[in-house]
Ligand binder design. Structure first.
Ligand SMILES: [Zn+2]
Length: 50
């Protein structure tokens, strides 16, 4: 099973739905696992319905 989580870019706050790997890593639906702005750091958004 693969969990999904909502994350936001720590730079531009763009929100993505990411998948969580078994080792806890995030899989972004973007090339190179990076935001469109080039940032590769994401904060999880929890307890919110979007
Ligand atoms: Zn960004």
């Amino acid at each position: 099973m693969t969990d999904r989580t909502i994350v936001s870019c720590e730079d531009c706050q763009h929100v993505y739905t990411a998948r969580v790997r078994d080792d806890g890593g995030l899989i972004l639906p973007t090339p190179g696992n990076a935001c469109g702005c080039g940032c590769e750091s994401f904060a999880k958004v929890t307890a919110q319905q979007i």
